[in-house]
Design a protein around this ligand. Structure first.
Ligand SMILES: C[S@@+](CC[C@H](N)C(=O)[O-])C[C@H]1O[C@@H](n2cnc3c(N)ncnc32)[C@H](O)[C@@H]1O
Length: 247
């Protein structure tokens, strides 16, 4: 989430100083303009409340930004999604965006290693009247996915799967979620351009965590393009890649 402090504006209008900035737009001012003119006016009041609550959290950078939340909601409605999965919940911005976009009998199987994060946002989700759509499971996602795969009825059962957890496991997630998404369904991987660092030269001054995860993210992108018969769309600002399973 990018917030411009007033005293920073004159410098930032020209662009970002460092590689690996979260927004891939030309400048923070441009992103702020988009938020104010197109995103905030359409943001559901509960999502606004959750976003403002999350901004106070020390790890607020992890939250799905509101523009991405709206893209998620639009995609879910376009494909008439009903049965979905989310890996990596944090305080629940993408989860609530999904829950609001699904029909009243829609379902989200949501996983996170940390229940405390989820419980921070839960009162807002309950107030929005959509908590009944969520089945939250606490724990590392890989073993949870392995259990799901063992049951044949889960294979091809999900219309949409959103992966937004530990990037060093993206390939491992892909091997499992491709079994669980239905033919013609969608998988969304967050941050596949990894803050723009995927094109950084080897000696670029990247933050340690950006540098560490970059190769894993690039590995997934390479693999997705090698799978014959799959279709991908690039959403550089937010989600990176979507995999439409048609094989
Ligand atoms: C980028 S945040 C998710 C942001 C969230 N989608 C949102 O809308 O705010 C990543 C989350 O993945 C969780 N996570 C990290 N490793 C995990 C794992 N192995 N299994 C499940 N969740 C994990 C973290 O606890 C964190 O809440």
């Amino acid at each position: 989430m990018t917030v411009i402090k007033e005293e920073q504006q004159p410098n930032q209008i020209a662009g970002h100083k460092e590689l690996g900035h979260k927004s891939l737009l030309q400048s923070d001012a441009l992103y702020q303009y988009i938020l104010e003119t197109s995103v905030y006016p359409r943001e559901h009041e509960s999502l606004k409340e959750l976003r403002e609550l999350t901004e106070k959290h020390p790890w607020n950078l992890m939250a799905t930004p509101p523009d991405e939340g709206q893209l998620l909601g639009m995609l879910l409605k376009l494909i008439n999604a009903k049965n979905t999965m989310e890996i990596g919940v944090f305080t629940g911005y993408s989860l609530l965006s999904t829950a609001l976009a699904l029909p009243s009998d829609g379902k989200i199987l949501a996983m996170d290693v940390n229940r405390e994060y989820y419980e921070l946002g839960l009162p807002v989700i309950e107030k929005a009247g959509v908590a009944h759509k969520i089945d939250f499971r606490e724990g590392p996602a890989l073993p949870l996915l392995d259990v799901l795969i063992k049951n044949e009825k889960n294979k091809g059962a999900f219309d949409f799967i959103y992966v937004d957890a530990d990037k060093d496991n993206y390939l491992n997630y892909h091997k499992r979620v491709i079994e669980l998404v239905k033919l013609g369904g969608l998988i969304g991987y967050d941050n596949t351009l990894w803050n723009g660092s995927v094109v950084a030269p080897p000696d670029a001054p990247l933050m340690d965590y950006v540098k560490y995860y970059r190769d894993f993210v690039m590995e997934l992108t390479k693999l997705l393009h090698l799978i014959q018969g799959s279709r991908f769309a690039s959403f550089p600002l937010v989600m990176g890649y979507l995999c439409r399973r048609i094989i």
